[in-house]
Design a protein around this ligand. Structure first.
Ligand code: NAI
Length: 411
């Protein structure tokens, strides 16, 4: 690791750098205390730096206990105006306690990943929640929790659903999760994907990224789904689709990305071929039923770092990667998403925070879509950095678009 653990990621996050430069003078977040909970590795470090450059005081936690990188915490905590409430190697209780301590500082804005801080502030620090100006949520699982909170009418402040923007889920979930999950499966196992059968559970944004890229590497792909439209999309994209009970029987690999629990469970275990490799790229550690594996196994070994092997009596040896936790974030080789894709995700979180702090929208409590203009502006910044030019509409084209009578049309 270089002396500055963020230096490498900074090189790959030009959009964040341009935001820091643009807002470094105006300081739109001056006077705001911003809480950030996200996997605390180098890209998150650059994001925190960017918010700090725009004037914010930062309170920093991890979105879960296992992905925190020590050097990043150390580098951030040396900066005046950045306070960290998380450490590498923390167990769950200590991580939870750190989040409560953070919330007691009374943040004005909460930028969350998984709705951990936002749920906690409502549940256990209601007096703090009442003073929060707004929040942003960066992942699918967090949006689901927020939707449930919004349905119950219990949100105390507006929250932007950053995950649901095209600039987030079309890139981070599809390409970021796709590339980083597969590369970590390959690094952890040192085994090939080409010519293997890869079962992907879930054909949402993450699952389709994994399935398409696995096929690109030469794998035969089978998708499992519970949503008929997603299943149909998978079929029409050229994947085979089958229920898990069938797909499991021919899997060399099973990768889950559903956001749900027990996608691989006790009833599937006996069907799995000997030597199958299971990995989770979806939600926390619940997609593969590890308790079922533990109960079924007569012996558990560790044939390789990051691989837990369950020896089922008279059955297969089942290899579980990263203990069923997120393979791209918590395995021995994991470095999370590629920095370029976190560049745009965090740029969206930054723009959400800036809009909540400075915007003239009078938002009441609730879950809101991020304004489309912010999404397009981040896309534009990214394209500019890549040196990619696009067309502008002519005046005539714009008029045609905006004319509901279609007076200029031929019929
Ligand atoms: P999504 O909602 O677009 O897709 C999930 C898909 O799983 C849906 O099509 C749904 O029908 C399907 N599904 C649900 N239960 C299923 C089951 N029992 N069997 C088969 N399919 C099932 O969500 P997205 O954006 O793809 O995210 C999926 C999960 O990945 C979420 O938990 C999200 O938080 C997580 N995620 C993980 C990342 C990582 O770095 N590993 C990055 C981004 C998201």
């Amino acid at each position: 690791m270089s002396e500055d653990p963020l230096a490498w990621s900074r090189d790959f996050t030009p959009v964040l750098r341009s935001l820091a430069e643009e807002y470094g003078d105006d300081q739109p977040l001056d006077g705001y205390t911003v809480a950030v909970a996200s996997h605390l590795e180098t890209k998150t470090g650059v994001f925190v730096e960017t918010l700090h450059a725009a004037g914010a005081r930062l309170l920093v936690s991890g979105s879960e206990p296992y992905s925190t990188r020590g050097p990043v915490v150390e580098a951030l905590s040396q900066v005046d105006g950045i306070e960290t409430y998380v450490e590498a190697g923390m167990r769950e209780e200590a991580w939870e306690a750190g989040q409560h301590e953070l919330l007691e500082q009374g943040p004005d804005l909460i930028l969350d990943d998984g709705c951990e801080l936002i749920a906690k502030v409502h549940d256990e620090h209601p007096e703090v929640a009442r003073e929060v100006v707004g929040g942003g949520e960066q992942t699918t699982a967090g949006i689901r929790r927020l939707e449930a909170m919004d349905d119950e009418g219990m949100l105390e402040f507006p929250v932007y659903g950053v995950n649901d923007t095209p600039m987030k889920n079309h890139f981070d979930n599809v390409h970021g999760t796709g590339e980083s999950s597969l590369s970590n499966v390959m690094l952890t196992t040192n085994a090939m994907l080409a010519g293997k059968t890869v079962v992907v559970a879930g054909y949402g944004y993450c699952g389709r990224g994994i399935a398409r890229k696995a096929r690109g590497l030469g794998a035969d792909t089978v998708v499992t789904e519970v949503d008929p439209r997603k299943a149909l999309e998978a079929v029409m994209d050229g994947h085979r689709v089958a229920p898990m009970a069938e797909a499991a029987a021919e899997a060399d690999y099973v990768l889950s990305a559903t956001g749900s629990r027990d996608v691989v469970r006790a009833e599937h275990l006996d069907a799995l071929p000997d030597g199958v490799i299971l990995a989770n790229a979806g939600h926390f550690d619940v997609e593969i039923d590890v308790d079922a594996l533990e109960s079924a196994a007569e012996r558990v070994t560790e044939p390789k770092e990051g691989v837990t092997r369950y020896h089922l009596p008279d059955g297969p040896r089942v290899n579980l990667l990263a203990e069923g936790r997120l393979i791209n974030l918590t395995g021995p080789y994991s470095q999370g998403h590629p920095a370029e894709v976190m560049d745009t995700t965090f740029a969206m979180m930054f723009e959400a925070a800036r809009d909540l702090a400075t915007g003239d929208r009078d938002l009441g409590p609730g879950l809101y879509q991020v304004p489309d203009r912010l999404d397009r502006a981040v896309a534009r910044r990214k394209l500019d950095d890549m040196g990619v030019a696009i067309d502008e509409m002519t005046d005539r084209q714009r008029e045609y678009y905006e004319d509901w009578r279609l007076e200029g049309s031929a019929f």
